[in-house]
Write a protein of this length. Sequence first.
Length: 168
Amino acid sequence: MPPTNITVTNRANPVPLLSTESVVFKSRKSTWLLATPLFIVVVIGVVLILVVNFQIKSSLGNLSNYLVLAIAVVTGFISLIIVLDWLTTVYTLTNRRVQWRFGIVGEQTKTITLNQITNTKVMIGIFGRALNYGDVVIEAANINSNITFKAIPNPNTKKEQIDNAQNS
């Protein structure tokens, strides 16, 4: 058996598709993992702005305008981070390997070839069962680092696709 490798690359050195390679699926985290934190952050920001405007504005004077601006900027920044994390995390299955690309500032890629995979399993929590998302854990031979496709939609279908690609 050849030695087992896990490939890590960055945006400057992406892993291109090989000539005999085709994409089976590309996926991101479930949109629930985008919408839920965004909703929470925006609601907290709006509530804080309302509290400043209606409860403590009289005691702060003009300073309250700067506080409202600061709350809006922080809310926008946190929202931007949430969206960028969602956009820059991509899980890919090809007919030769699984790949996880991630990173907001510096993109990284972790890759395991299909012949190195020893086990795939699905983990679904209570909310995942209700909203049809979960984790697919991909374990490889002789590698201490697994790849986990976190919170992807239709995790059982994705696991079946990985198993089918591995067996073909």
